[in-house]
Design a protein around this ligand. Structure first.
Ligand SMILES: NC(=O)C1=CN([C@@H]2O[C@H](COP(=O)(O)OP(=O)(O)OC[C@H]3O[C@@H](n4cnc5c(N)ncnc54)[C@H](O)[C@@H]3O)[C@@H](O)[C@H]2O)C=CC1
Ligand SMILES: O=C(O)C(=O)COP(=O)(O)O
Length: 410
């Protein structure tokens, strides 16, 4: 099928070592201009590269701010090859008519397994014992070592990851309590805590699984750490902004907390060759990991296919199903029609202008799909038109005031 904009001309920019499975998924679909970078790019370079790209794929490290997105003149869509989308200014992308996709499930099991492993390691004091052995020391002792069985795990953010951590913890015989802003179905024998404070006061191990939002910024600070039980353990594999890292270092230094496992940091290196700096460096009772909660080959492989497929579906077919910032339209195939996409500011009069255009041109509409949100309208029109007619229609659609983006698919 001929596209108005040939697939081989669509430039795909993939950053931060997105899995090769994504590259292969694009290639199988006929896309050949794919650029893969192992790191995130410095802001200036990002602005320059995004100006040329039609599709951009990132992970958690690249910040697509409103200012960066202003340079993205040709951008069709953004793929976050991860769960979190806090690194993208979703509103700015939406106002530019750019849908953003992510992979909401593919790495959740990987995070949950790591958290359980860390809980067991911390309860046994393994990080400090391991560190001492490496320095030639030997502390064969049961002091400060506990079984996970019978201990209370407090899960903050009882979503896809938090629930799986809870289920795995129960299989070890742990009691699970959780805190969430939403009312949640408790799995197994888990119970909702009365409040965050209640959870912190009762849990032996607290694990954080909230997204980065204004409400979760520094949600675990000095007061919350002080509310935790003496000798309790903290695990953070959510976002670095959730914990006041200085206050955590202080609570560990004073011995109020017995240990911690931290995977995410307020400031993270851009790539593997850059230095890592944190007040937690050098503390033997802290497991430090370089934001690898979701970094398993299984997860990355699946994420590559999942997000690339969503981007392709939008690029080839127009479907915005599961976009995180955009009106969602699920579209059928359109074998006998040409498909026009029109993304516009949701202001009065745009739709009637679109419909007038088709009736004035005596163009037969085979199907029309519309979805709006408060700011953006997305209209998909399948028409019986030849290539030249479709191109002319696209130009007329683009001239309608309020238009953000237009495309012809076939
Ligand atoms: N370390 C890593 O490599 C990874 C980190 N993550 C992080 O983990 C986070 C959670 O992932 P999922 O469980 O898949 O997300 P989710 O959206 O399924 O669950 C998040 C839960 O947090 C709750 N929540 C939101 N704001 C809250 C607040 N202020 N207080 C209490 N609860 C609140 C939500 O209601 C929801 O139930 C992601 O947003 C991401 O930032 C995700 C994958 C890998
Ligand atoms: O999925 C997420 O939100 C993560 O934090 C994982 O991020 P990453 O793809 O490893 O940079």
């Amino acid at each position: 099928m001929k596209t108005s904009f040939p697939r081989q001309d669509i430039r795909v920019l993939l950053l931060e070592g997105v899995s090769r499975s994504a590259v292969e998924t694009f290639q199988r679909a006929g896309y050949s201009q794919i650029e893969l970078h192992a790191k995130s790019l410095p802001e200036d370079e990002l602005k320059a590269r995004i100006a040329e790209a039609h599709i951009v794929g990132i992970r958690s490290r690249s910040h697509l701010t409103a200012e960066v997105l202003e340079h993205a003149r040709r951008l069709i869509a953004v793929g976050c090859f991860c769960i979190g989308t806090n690194q993208v200014d979703l509103e700015a992308a939406r106002r530019l008519g750019v849908p953003v996709f992510n992979a909401p499930y593919s790495n959740t099991r990987s995070v949950a397994e790591l958290v359980i492993a860390e809980a067991i390691m911390l309860l046994r004091g393994i990080p400090q014992k391991n560190a001492l052995c490496h320095r030639g020391g030997w502390t064969k002792s049961a002091a400060g070592s506990y079984e996970a069985r019978g201990k209370t795990l407090g899960v903050v953010g009882y979503g896809h990851i938090g629930t799986q951590v809870g289920v795995l913890a129960e299989s070890l015989g742990m009691h699970v309590i959780f805190h969430d802003v939403e009312s949640k179905l408790a799995l197994g024998n888990a119970r909702a805590a009365a409040s965050l404070q209640d959870l912190l006061e009762r849990a032996d191990v607290v694990t954080l699984h909230v997204p980065e939002t204004p409400a979760t910024k520094l949600m675990i600070g000095a007061a919350e750490l002080a509310a935790m039980r003496p000798g309790a353990l903290l695990i953070n594999a959510s976002r670095g902004t959730v914990v006041d890292i200085g206050a955590l270092a202080d609570a560990l230094r004073r011995g109020h907390l017995a240990g911690a496992a931290v995977d995410v940091f307020p400031v993270e290196p851009k790539g593997n060759d850059d230095p890592f700096v944190s007040p937690l460096v050098g503390m033997d009772n802290v497991i430090l990991t370089p934001h690898i909660g979701g970094s398993t080959l299984e997860a990355q492989d699946n994420i590559g296919i999942e997000v690339a497929s969503k981007l392709l579906r939008y690029s080839d077919n127009g479907s915005t199903l599961s976009a995180v910032n955009f009106p969602e339209v699920s579209l059928p195939e359109h074998p006998r029609s040409r498909r026009l996409l029109h993304i516009h500011r949701n202001v009065p009069g745009v739709l009637s202008r679109i419909n007038e255009l088709f009736s004035a041109g005596n163009i037969n509409i085979d199907a029309q799909f519309l979805q709006t949100d408060t700011e953006v309208g997305y209209v998909v029109i399948d028409v019986a038109a030849d290539e030249a007619q479709a191109a002319a229609l696209k130009d007329k659609l683009a001239a309608i005031p309020g238009t953000l983006r237009t495309r012809v698919l076939y």
